[in-house]
Every structure is written in C-alpha cells, then in structure tokens.
Design a protein around this ligand. Sequence first.
Ligand SMILES: [Zn+2]
Ligand SMILES: [Zn+2]
Length: 297
Amino acid sequence: MSTCPVEDCDRPTNSGLCHDHRAQLAAQLRAVATGPPDAKHRPSPGLAAELRTTAARLDRIGSGSVGVISRDAERPLPWGEHAAQALAALHHVITGWMLLIHDDHQNSGPLQRADQVADRTTEGAARWLLDHSRWTVGRPDAARLVADVNHVVRRAERTIDRAPDRFYAGPCATPDPDTGQDCTADLYSRHVTGSITCRACGAEHDAGDRRAWLRAHARDHLDTAPAIARALSVLCLDLLDDTGLSVHRIRQWATRGHLTRRGQLPAVGDRQPQPLYRVGDVEQLLVAAANRTRKAS
Ligand SMILES: [Zn+2]
Ligand SMILES: [Zn+2]
C-alpha cells in the first residue's frame, strides 16, 4: 500500500492515484468533451464547445456585472476574450498531456493503432486521455496531471457560468443521497424557462422556480442600475415585454423621485461612483407599472 501522490491527499492506493482522484480526473476529462444529458437524455455540449460558443457570442459584449449581485465590477477584458483565453489554456493542457504521454509510450516500443494520436482537437485529446487511463493514473507525475486538468477545467466552468448573458440561479443545495450533505455548487443558466442541471451533482432544477426564489431573495440587495436592469429583465420576465427592463427606465424613476438612492459604489480607476438602489424598490415600480397597463387595456 502507498498513498495518493496528490498534494494534501493521503488516501491509500495500490499504485498511483487514489480512487477519488481517478474519478475526478475522468469526470473532468469527460466534461471537456461532453456535457450532462438534457431532459431528453441527449448529451449537451462539453466545456470546450461551450467556450467556443461563448467566445463567439460574446465577442462584442463588453464587461459588466453578472446576476443579482455584482461579482466582478472590474473586468478589463471583453468576455469573449476571457472565453477565448480559457479555451486556449484548456486546449494547451489537454493536448499537451496527450502528446507527452503518447511520446513516452512510443519511445518504449511500437504503439497499437488505437494508441496513436488521431484527433488533436481539445475534445479528441480529452477522449484519448480517458481511453488511456491505464497510462495516466500510475505515472510518477500523475499529481501534476490532476492539478493541471483541474485548474483549466475550473477556469472553463467559471468563464462559462459567469458570462454576462447568464443569470445566477442560486445555490443547488440538493442533498447527496449517500452522505445527506447539501450540494454547495451555484447554478447558472442562460435560459429562463426549462430546467437547469447542476454541474457538480447533476440535479435538475426548474428555471421558473429558481427565478421566483431569487426574486424573493434579491429584494433587499443593493446594486447599480445596470446590474438591476440585467437581473430583473430575467427575474421579472412575467411583468415585462420582450425589450426587458432598460437602465434608462430605472434612471428615469430615480430622476423623477419614484426611486430612492440607497448608497453609492465608490469610484474605481477611471469609473465614476455609481448610485445604488434596492432591487425590491425597482421590482415594486415594475409591478405598479404592469398593473396600470393591465387596467388600461
Ligand atoms: Zn487522492
Ligand atoms: Zn448540485
């Protein structure tokens, strides 16, 4: 018996990585190539494909805060560029390890046809590494492989989840059937209806229920007009037409004295200080406006 080579992991193994780190590596490599199955059991795009579409879609969208709470107020790069860089890092690491391991084995003798490197795409390399787990898990540098893959996969997930066209859908909190512990992952979605699958545990959540829950929890948050406009355009879909809630409309309410300023976000770099409003105050104005429209028609 020896112990797992991953730092801070002292689980016993017969050789190479422990059971948990083998499972983590395999799950992350699988996630690069294919996403979790949707409600109709069709596989969804993997992380590499998601990053490619995120990069293409968001190329022209600038920086901005995400969801109900502004997470990163300062984002020097347009989001499309973040996605392109995360994809480049993912590709570099996954194909780099594939080529390294391939060469090591080629140098020790002729390889089978299935062991040759045929597909050099990010997905192809991830699949190759999965198919050759007998070569990966026992390597002396297997701990580096685990750390490298974990790093680029986490970065890819964060980049996709926090893209400005996603909304934060709250914590998953689904209890694990084995341990009874609640899942601590956060949910993000680009779709306001249908289901949201948790990346960590695979639990399905209804996007509509999530919106209602978030709306209740967002009420007492303070945020800037652009962040509130973005959040309520999703959360108050039932009160709005297709154009959503504009920043201009929120600012107009403030100018006319319908909306009270609750604080101020200090100036950062060359960005001016920004007034903060309570999300629930804006929601109330939306409800009142929707009621007036309903009465008039
Ligand atoms: Zn381990
Ligand atoms: Zn979960």
